[in-house]
Design a protein around this ligand. Structure first.
Ligand code: ZN
Ligand code: ZN
Ligand code: ZN
Length: 126
């Protein structure tokens, strides 16, 4: 975990700009956000990228649920959640590979397929 700038962090909390006690500003000026603080920033990411995937340009909708064509994913290249450090990409569940870094290229286009594969891997949990 990056080191916390304690003075700046407590100022942000006092000003009501950070709500969650685990959200903080790092010494090198990045925001580490959790919970409510994180969900408040998410719409700004959609705004910053004009509701488009930064890889393929496909239109994305902030309210679109997973497994729909316009579902977006908030990509965090680092550990911070700054608006300027993060990106908007197509969610894996759209079937497009723009945000495939976690699953090492395994992409499901339908929830049913994902479930099937999951149950094969973890038969106990079915
Ligand atoms: Zn940052
Ligand atoms: Zn995309
Ligand atoms: Zn990501």
């Amino acid at each position: 975990m990056p080191k916390q700038d304690e003075r700046a962090t407590s100022t942000l909390h006092e000003a009501g700009l950070l709500i969650e006690k685990d959200s903080y500003l790092t010494l090198d000026g990045h925001l580490i956000l959790v919970g409510e603080d994180k969900s408040r920033i998410r719409p700004m990411i959609f705004k910053r990228f004009k509701n488009r995937c930064c890889i393929c340009g496909h239109p994305l909708d902030e309210g679109a649920p997973k497994w729909t064509p316009n579902a977006g994913a908030w990509h965090h290249p680092g550990s911070c959640s700054c608006v300027g450090c993060t990106e908007l990409r197509c969610d894996e569940t759209t079937g497009r590979k723009c945000h495939a870094h976690r699953e090492a290229g395994v992409i499901f286009t339908r929830k049913a397929d994902a479930l099937k594969a999951f149950n094969k891997l973890y038969p106990e949990s079915a």
